[in-house]
Design a protein around this ligand. Sequence first.
Ligand code: NAD
Ligand code: TYD
Length: 359
Amino acid sequence: MKRILVTGGAGFIGSNFVLMQRKDKGAEVANLDCLTYASNLKNLESLADDPHYRLITGSITDRALLRSIFDEFHPGAVVNFAAETHVDRSIDSPGTFIQTNVVGTFHLLEEARLYWGQLGADERRDFRFLHVSTDEVYGTLGPTDPPFTETTPFAPNSPYAASKASSDHLVRAYNHTYGLPTLTTNCSNNYGPRQFPEKLIPLIILNALEGKPLPVYGDGSNIRDWLYVEDHCEAVSLVLEKGQVGETYNIGGRCEKANIDIVKTLCECLDQIFPDSPNKPHSGLITFVKDRPGHDWRYAIDCSKIENELGWRPGQTFESGLRKTVEWYLQNSDWVDSIKSGEYFKWIERQYGQSPAAR
Ligand code: NAD
Ligand code: TYD
């Protein structure tokens, strides 16, 4: 049985990946997560009695802890999801982004390198360090620019993007300098079950259900390339299994949408599900708000490398994935209630200036 050390596996994408590894791929998983506000242990409740899954609460910056995990768990692979991930928070307070995304990835690489160096020949050959990254490292595109490829120069524009770009460079250097068998994936915007509602799609769903304003930054013309989270997880699994060591793979949905269109589509979806809602049409809740500083205008991914070399294809269309996502948030009110803690309200108030009464 393959043993994978997953970091950040209690967050959005990491938890979907852990569930997929346990349910469909038959891998044993140790999940190292320091349980920030973005994590949720409800994500992994279904694995509570699973003897092939364990949660280790701690940070990727903790060298002693990392060493003991490598020694005791003896992984055949590391998949690094652990990160601070919200662009707006990185603008508000960038320090934690540098600590986790840059310094943390460095410590993880160092301990992986020491561990890998002590393995026998076969295990050394088969070991993989897969680093999960973002398309935001490439910067922003104009309306007629071709999508990002794996050779597009890095031009990160937010503290989040810069911290991820730094970590990508470190991963590259550990392969080039030490021969650590690394892989890097750069994916576009994910959506789907278990995403913390500070990100666009779950924020809009939950606000619309409560009849609150739907905040659209600027004029809503900014474009993102959207991918259903399970399709991202399948791509990461495939790269882990078949990717060429030292390579990077772009992952995307070939699904460019302007933010305002995403919000309108979600409103239409909720109008259909709740024809008697007092908030219908939900589009009446759309509120244009002050733009994000340095807001990247367009992201688009050319994913022909992973398609051609590894045969990856997304399983969901945007329509089917969005419908599944809305249904998941409607069916999982326990999960939604569990994230509505002090930290969630603090952020909403800080970012959108909503007083407690407006909630
Ligand atoms: P998330 O914010 O939902 O979850 C991050 C997880 O990492 C949380 O469980 C958190 O507790 C954990 N974590 C944070 N700091 C840690 C530390 N120091 N040590 C251990 N654990 C720590 O993030 P996500 O959206 O699931 O993103 C996961 C990864 O995928 C990130 O590396 C992100 O850059 C990348 N990515 C995300 C997207 C997206 O659209 N969400 C797109 C492309 C790439
Ligand atoms: P987000 O989900 O924060 O992802 P990212 O910034 O990593 O792409 O935002 C997606 C897009 O939606 C981005 O262009 C910013 C925009 N946005 C809004 O218009 N309103 C909001 O309240 C949020 C959170 C994002």
